[in-house]
Design a protein around this ligand. Structure first.
Ligand SMILES: [Zn+2]
Length: 180
């Protein structure tokens, strides 16, 4: 059943039950250290993010794609993940975006909704919209990170890389002078 939801100015029509059923069939297949670390750390994501994902029928542990970008001076790793939701965007004119098109959920979490979906799982119900989330998590694996994170970045598509690196650079600039 499609219902209307307003999330940070995005007026959405979403089918939460259908989304939740679709996530039961999904899995995060990649076994690289970054994805395995995400799987360990997903439970440590802040409650506002987990609450939002759950309210849309999303299983936070099963993003369509997850990428690690950079270790921060405070030891946390910047990631982004994107998730699909059964539904569409009815209106986004009320969204107050920053220059990257993101909305801030908390001080350390940004997100956006888009209908430009990537890597949608086969058999995922249509229409699908994409929720992209940028966040920080600790490194919880016993083993150190794999040496070549750039390989992962290439796999996410040039648009996403440029946006995320720009975002990261922006954060680095903004966080100067703040204690980590
Ligand atoms: Zn991986």
């Amino acid at each position: 059943m499609f219902v209307e939801r307003d999330v940070f100015g995005w007026k959405l029509a979403v089918d939460v039950e259908s989304t939740a059923r679709a996530y039961e069939r999904l899995a995060l297949d990649c076994t690289c250290s970054y994805c395995r670390n995400f799987s360990f750390a997903v439970a440590t994501l802040p409650a506002p993010l987990l609450g939002l994902l759950n309210s849309l029928g999303i299983d936070p542990a099963k993003p369509a794609n997850v990428s690690e970008y950079a270790r921060q001076p405070n030891g946390l790793h910047m990631y982004d993940a994107f998730y699909h939701v059964v539904g569409t965007i009815l209106d986004d004119r009320a969204v107050k975006r920053d220059q990257f098109g993101h909305v801030q959920l908390t001080e350390s979490i940004d997100l956006l909704f888009t209908t430009r979906v990537q890597q949608v799982a086969p058999n995922f119900p249509q229409p699908a919209l994409q929720l992209e989330v940028f966040f920080f998590i600790p490194w919880l694996l016993d083993q150190p990170p794999d040496p070549e994170p750039l390989v992962m970045q290439v796999s996410t598509g040039a648009r996403s890389i440029i946006r995320s690196l720009a975002r990261w650079a922006n954060r680095a600039i903004m966080s100067r002078g703040k204690p980590n």
